[in-house]
Design a protein around this ligand. Sequence first.
Ligand SMILES: [Zn+2]
Length: 289
Amino acid sequence: MPELPDLLYIRKHLARVLTGRSIAAVEVKQPVLVRNMLDVPLGEALRGLSVREVEQHGPFLRVGLGGEIDIVTNLMLAGRLQHQKKGEKAEGFLCVAWMLDDGSALRLCDERKMAKLYVCRRADTDAIPRYGTQGVDILSPAFTREKFRTLVAGNSRRQVRVMINDHTVLSAIGNAYADEILFEARIHPKTFSARLSEEETDRLFVAIGSVMTWGTKKVEEAARPIHVKVREHLKVRNRRGEPCPRCGTTIRREGVRGHDTFFCPSCQPASRKLFIDWRTAGEKPPDPD
Ligand SMILES: [Zn+2]
């Protein structure tokens, strides 16, 4: 799944190559991915429209076209975008392609066919599932230490790994960077938010910013084509059995509410915070999410 650093890189690249270009034709190979929210067939609606801007919104990329029309993609688990210049090799399992007026094409590929592509009027973007319900944008000035403390307090009965991974709370941290953030903050992923001290909450807040900045820089430095996922820099994610880069302890993998999480049991120790007696703690047990 492309995460925020990947999406920022893709956005920047697409803004550079697509802005000002117009759509010559649209090819839909897998209609199952496409939600056309206009009352006109896709090809007809998009032909001749030019790209005004490319924006990232949570896990979504929005390509704003002339005529107040938007193309919004959610790449989900396995979707990839490729900007294919004339003469370049096509990559992946093609689902949808837009041919542009300079002979290049933007291709959406996904062998799992789980990615989503919405075409709608700009005023209707909030009707896209999960688009309008994104939580606070972690890159925006609205994401302050105070705001984060409030969010932690409001999610006290959830495990911290689940909370920071919830896009309606924070927009948007995926599985890979959620693990990296908790590693940086030295917090066990199963810690309940209610058990975070003020100091740990602040450490987590700082880690969200620093890890995302670091990840974004690493993806930029790798300078790969946008359909290639850059993951080599990650310190704990998918590194079960490898030594922790900080202390050498073997990295572990555990399930947290259906998601794999990777962590260092020494740097992120399981403290008494994981074992709460909900009958005597004076709090309701955690939500079954
Ligand atoms: Zn360690």
